[in-house]
Design a protein around this ligand. Structure first.
Ligand code: URP
Ligand code: ZN
Ligand code: ZN
Length: 531
């Protein structure tokens, strides 16, 4: 139950002030926005404790038993008895109002972030994606101008590198220094649209490393997809199953391995976005076992459903699942990916939320290559991971917090402001009921799309209340959000969680030339004569 004390309105005092006359009286203290979460179990990635949480002005002030902040008036109290109190989720991968493949994704920065908070997510990281030849800074500014007036929770922006030149390199530097960007996505697919060749990838990853940023890759071999597609269309396969067949598992695995190899050659940390197949996940697992600095991001859809849907006889149903890389047609893949996530082979769960409704998907009704790629997840991610990960017994509540929030905060240098409940952290907090259940449906979800890839899934684990910077934005199904209340969050380069190892390797792992006496013998003098 939420008990409301005296309301906390901001009071602004104004006066005129003449020099030489009586100075103005000291400013009376502003009434503070204050919140107490009582009686819950505070779960961080490394421990759980029974404790209350006291918040002032959007920041956690105290975590401990039986807190009794004074004065009691003006204090909002939330009862969390028998509930978990967890750091708000961070969705590392969304595409809100993304102009892509002849359409613009349905969820914009308002509906997308509103749905996010309903699901227990308090921060998203979206992607600013320039066309080839266009400015990265302009793309960043454009996406920020779309997001700022609409966001209902905090957000940040990754920026895509879709072409290469000295100007791109300069712009990456200024995005890091002036705009708080510390991650760049490179596409190995979408030939002729966003795809980089290996030489460009090498240059972009080298630049990421120099700047202390996270290099993200969309790992699929775009050339093989183009060749497969030609063959399938020639065979008369035009439906959504053609998407899965043209993006077969090897295509993802090959690119994942290639990206890891290029990154490791440069000693650049690598983050593979939307890991969808067993083979790709194995590449990442092997690389981590070999000590390489690689992170893998499965997505909610890849953990909660599978690619058998591409063979559904209802075209709209099959098309609704089209995304790249595709959901795996092997129905045992979601379980496999969840096991790797539980065991720290994979690190973070995103969503790749990029929703298109049936009419938009129908742009590809006669040709699967024209179906806009993308599906939902931003609202359901936390519940899907709880159901398939925690309720199933694969991971505990602390690992749940790690993969839905803390690891993202560490990798993208937001920690411990985000991803932790501790004194000084932003009060992005969720009261989570692990016993309650809900059934996911497009009829009841808060996303703008008419389809939900988790339709009918019964999930244990329900967010009861979501708090964004100390404000209760969602409680028992009721929203209290204002468009634009979220803030853009700058992310400094060189996240220690990632870069401490990288810097040390740079110092101690350089090849050293063998000291030897110069060769003093004969050198062949035979001229090379053309035959
Ligand atoms: O199908 C997808 N993934 N759509 C969004 C673009 C991307 O590659 O992330
Ligand atoms: Zn991608
Ligand atoms: Zn994406």
């Amino acid at each position: 139950m939420m008990a409301q004390g005296n309301s906390c309105r901001k009071i602004v005092f104004m006066w005129s002030f003449d020099y030489g006359q009586t100075p103005p009286p000291p400013e009376p203290p502003m009434p503070k926005q204050r919140l107490l979460i009582k009686g819950g179990r505070v779960v961080n990635d490394d421990q759980s404790v029974e404790a209350d949480v006291y918040v002032e002005e959007g920041v956690v002030q105290e975590v401990g038993p039986n807190l009794n902040p004074k004065p009691p008036n003006g204090l909002t109290v939330l009862d969390a008895t028998n509930k978990l109190v967890i750091p708000g989720g961070i969705d590392t991968h969304t595409h809100l109002q993304f102009p892509f493949m002849g359409a613009t994704s349905k969820d914009d920065f308002y509906t997308g972030t509103k749905a996010a908070v309903a699901g227990g997510t308090t921060m998203i990281i979206d992607f600013a994606i320039p066309q080839k030849g266009c400015s990265l800074i302009e793309a960043f500014n454009k996406w920020k101008s779309w997001a700022d007036p609409k966001v209902c929770c905090d957000y940040a922006l990754h920026v895509a590198v879709t072409w290469w030149s000295d100007k791109v390199k300069e712009e990456m530097k200024s995005l890091v220094q002036d705009k708080g960007v510390n991650s760049f996505k490179m596409f190995m697919a979408y030939k002729d649209l966003y795809m980089l060749c290996d030489e460009e990838l090498y240059a972009a990853l080298s630049c990421c490393k120099e700047l202390g940023t996270i290099a993200q890759v969309h790992a699929e071999n775009g050339e093989l997809i183009a060749q497969n597609t030609k063959k399938l269309l020639a065979m008369g396969i035009t439906g959504p199953e053609g998407h899965a067949l043209s993006h077969n598992e090897d295509v993802e695995a090959e690119a994942t391995h290639r990206a890891i190899t290029i990154a490791n050659t440069i000693n650049c940390p690598l983050y593979v976005v939307h890991v969808m197949s067993k083979s790709s996940a194995r590449m990442i697992t092997n690389a981590r076992n070999e000590g390489k600095v690689v992170y893998g991001e499965p997505i909610a859809a890849g953990l909660g459903t599978d690619g058998t849907n591409y063979w559904n006889e209802n075209w709209a149903h099959a098309a609704a699942h089209v995304m790249s890389p595709p959901l795996s047609p092997d129905p045992s893949t979601p379980d496999f990916l969840m096991n790797l996530l539980a065991n720290d082979d994979l690190s973070v769960v995103g969503t790749d939320n990029c929703t298109f409704d049936t009419c938009q998907k129908a742009l590809g009704k006669d040709d699967f290559t024209k179906i806009p790629n993308g599906l939902n997840g931003v609202e359901d991610r936390m519940s899907v991971v709880w159901e398939k990960g925690v309720y199933s017994g694969k991971m505990d509540e602390n690992r749940f917090v790690a993969v839905t929030s803390t690891n993202a905060a560490k990798i993208f240098n937001l920690y411990p402001k985000k991803g932790r409940i501790a004194v000084g952290s932003d009060a992005d907090i969720v009261i989570w009921d692990p016993e309650a259940t809900r059934t996911i449906s497009a009829k009841t979800h808060h996303q703008a799309n008419n389809f939900n890839v988790f339709e009918g899934m019964v999930c244990h684990g329900v967010p009861v209340a979501t708090i964004s910077r100390g404000k209760v934005v969602y409680h028992d199904g009721v929203f209290n959000v204002t468009a634009g209340q979220g803030k853009y969050v700058s992310r400094p380069p060189f996240p220690p969680y990632v870069y401490e190892r990288v810097k040390q390797r740079e110092e101690v792992c350089q090849p050293i030339p063998v000291k030897r006496e110069p060769y003093a013998g004969m050198v062949s003098a035979t001229p090379v004569t053309p035959t």
